[in-house]
Ligand binder design. Structure first.
Ligand code: AP5
Length: 268
C-alpha cells in the first residue's frame, strides 16, 4: 500500500484511545484551518492536498461517521446508529452527537503538524462551541476557507464521485479517474459510490447547507477569519489559489501568537 509517511489519523477516526501512525513532525508554524463549502465542492480533495503538502492533519467529521458505519453493526451505540440514519438521508447529525464526538477528540486540535477541519463546524451552535473550546485551550486558527462553485458543477462532482473502500482516497469517474477502472491508484482497494451521493440525498444535502451551514460564512467574516476561494479549475490550481491567499495570513497569525505569549508571560 502506497501510504508511506501518511498519518492514519487513528486518534481522530477511532477515538482518543487509538494511536496515530506517522504523527507529523512538530512545526514552528502549525496551520489551523477550517474548510467550509457546499457538499461536493471539493473540501476533502483540498484537505488531502493540504495534508500531503503542509502536513497538517485532515480532521473530517464525515470520515468518522463513515468509519463507524463500516465497522461491525453490533459495536454501534444507538446514538451512532441514529447518526448514520441522518447521514444516509443527507440530513445533519444532531449537534449534541457531533459535539460529543469532536470534544472527545479535541487533542487532535493540538496535533504538532497543525489541523484542517473538514465538515465541521456546520451549524452556528457547533461554531460557537468550537470557538469556546479554542479560546479556552488557546488553539489558534490561521483562517476559515470558504470554497465556492456553481450548483450545477457541484452536482456533477457529487454524482461522479467514487471513494476507495480501503484508504478512502477520492476519485471522479471523468474528472479524476483512477488508472484502472474501479480500483484505487494508491492501494488497489475497490472504489464505491457513497450512499448519500444518490440524487435524492444530494438535494437534501444542498438545501441543508444553504439553511444551516452557509450562515457560518457571515460568522467567520465578522471574526476576520474568512478567506473566500473559487473552487473552479483543477485541484492543483485550487490548492495554489488557497495557499496564495493564506501564506501572508499564516505568518501574521504566528506573529500575533508569539506576541500574545510574550504578553501573557509579562503579565504573570
Ligand atoms: P461530509 O463527509 O463532511 O460530506 P460533505 O460536506 O457533504 O462533503 P463531501 O465529502 O460530500 O464533499 P467534498 O466537498 O469533501 O468534496 P470532494 O473533495 O469529495 O459529511 C457527510 C454527512 O455526515 C453529512 O451530510 C452529515 O449527515 C454528516 N456530518 C458530517 N459532519 C457533520 C457535522 N459537523 N454536523 C452534522 N452532521 C455532519 O469532491 C467531490 C467530487 O468532486 C469527487 O469525486 C472529487 O474527485 C471531485 N473533485 C474535487 N475537486 C475537483 C476539481 N477541482 N475538479 C473536478 N472534480 C473535482
Amino acid at each position: 500500500m502506497n501510504t508511506a509517511g501518511k498519518n492514519n489519523r487513528a486518534a481522530w477516526i477511532k477515538g482518543p484511545s487509538a494511536q496515530c501512525e506517522a504523527v507529523p513532525k512538530a512545526s514552528d508554524l502549525p496551520w489551523g484551518l477550517i474548510l467550509l463549502g457546499a457538499p461536493g465542492v471539493g473540501k476533502g480533495t483540498q484537505a488531502d492536498l493540504l495534508n500531503r503538502r503542509l502536513h497538517a492533519c485532515h480532521l473530517s467529521t464525515g470520515d468518522v461517521f463513515r468509519a463507524a458505519g463500516s465497522s461491525d453493526d453490533c459495536e454501534l451505540s444507538p446514538i451512532m446508529k441514529e447518526a448514520l440514519g441522518f447521514m444516509r438521508r443527507g440530513e445533519l447529525v444532531p449537534d449534541s452527537t457531533v459535539w460529543d464526538m469532536v470534544q472527545e477528540r479535541s487533542a487532535c486540535l493540538h496535533c504538532p503538524g497543525g489541523f484542517i477541519l473538514d465538515g465541521f463546524p456546520r451549524t452556528l451552535g457547533q461554531a460557537q462551541s468550537l470557538k469556546a473550546l479554542m479560546d479556552r485551550e488557546e488553539i489558534w486558527l490561521t483562517a476559515v476557507v470558504s470554497y465556492e462553485l456553481p450548483t450545477d458543477e457541484i452536482v456533477a462532482r457529487l454524482a461522479g464521485r467514487r471513494t476507495c473502500d480501503q484508504c478512502k482516497s477520492v476519485y471522479h469517474v471523468t474528472e479524476r479517474p483512477p488508472r484502472v477502472e474501479g480500483h484505487c491508484d494508491r492501494c488497489e482497494g475497490k472504489l464505491f459510490q457513497r450512499e448519500d451521493d444518490r440524487p435524492e440525498s444530494i438535494k437534501v444535502r444542498l438545501e441543508t447547507y444553504d439553511r444551516s451551514t452557509a450562515p457560518l460564512i457571515e460568522f467567520y467574516k465578522k471574526l476576520g477569519l474568512l478567506v473566500q476561494v473559487a473552487a473552479t479549475g483543477s485541484p492543483d490550481e485550487i490548492f495554489d489559489r488557497t495557499v496564495g491567499e493564506l501564506a501572508s495570513r499564516h505568518v501574521r497569525v504566528f506573529a500575533h501568537k508569539l506576541l500574545n505569549a510574550a504578553e501573557n508571560r509579562r503579565d504573570s
